[in-house]
Design a protein around this ligand. Sequence first.
Ligand SMILES: C[S@@+](CC[C@H](N)C(=O)[O-])C[C@H]1O[C@@H](n2cnc3c(N)ncnc32)[C@H](O)[C@@H]1O
Length: 316
Amino acid sequence: MTRDTPPPGKRPAAVYLAARGFERELADELEMRQPGCVTERRERLFVSSAPPIPAAWAQNIWLEPFFLPIASVGDAARQLRGIQRNWHCHPVDLYRRTALIAEHLPPVKARPLVFGENVPVSPLGAWTLWERDLLLLSARCSSPFPDGEVRFEEDRFNPPSRAYLKLWEAFTLLGERPAPGELCLDLGASPGGWSWVLGTLGAHVFAVDKAPLAPGVMNMRGVDWCRGSSFSLSPDMTGTVDWLFSDMACYPGRLLDLVRLWHEHGAARRFLCTLKFQGETDHASARAFAAFPGSRLLHLSCNRHELTWFFNPTSC
Ligand SMILES: C[S@@+](CC[C@H](N)C(=O)[O-])C[C@H]1O[C@@H](n2cnc3c(N)ncnc32)[C@H](O)[C@@H]1O
């Protein structure tokens, strides 16, 4: 049996794995963008009949999914191995039988990344046992990490908050980061996890917050802090910056106005911002961010009820 012979009428076009705890956000996002596309759902897995889209609330997207009948546990493992070596299993049912199949597959190293390492290049497929004798699988996925979750060797001593992991992950996934000497505006910087990352990269950081940075970050070479509200800062006060970062606690709509102002003035070469939602998810603002041509809107592994938006205006 190959991917050319799925059970009639059962070939999905995409499968989305919702970010943990954000199943409703993903369901709403898919319904808004491709109404009626979700044909089945099991736990965090959403099966879609429409072509894959870069859904922000998906942690991973199975890009070429198909159903594969199996005759036995051994047969399932044999067929998966025949397609490629590396597979990650996302069980949603039939846990015992799923585990038996997984035991027959080659182990996949899941070592945490050291920041600075590139994303793995070898493809990692995803599969699940959908029915007793039926796998749902995809050799190609949007993320090379198991279930799209990136883990790092953490630094538990130097950064003053765990927010530094967001930048580590974003820079790793995007393959871009500030170069030494680049000017970075860090809005909503306290206590300084992001400024710490930028400082360690050798960037020149201009941090803005009503609250101070932790002393260890405040004393870093290249890091300057200014007390105040980011909304009272205007592009003509700073000149063009290489990167505008924002991890500010504020409504996404307000952040959007700020970003538009800086974008219209051509005052930032790149943007990397966290959209933080309070209460109901503001899908309209999220779509407005995603509408910037060539931008990316992602749910990072360490994001909570928030999305990370990256935009490089010079590349579009
Ligand atoms: C989640 S914390 C940022 C954490 C930080 N990125 C880090 O890595 O440690 C959010 C910050 O936004 C700041 N903030 C909220 N409104 C702000 C505003 N209008 N201007 C500047 N900072 C603001 C808060 O004071 C708070 O320190």
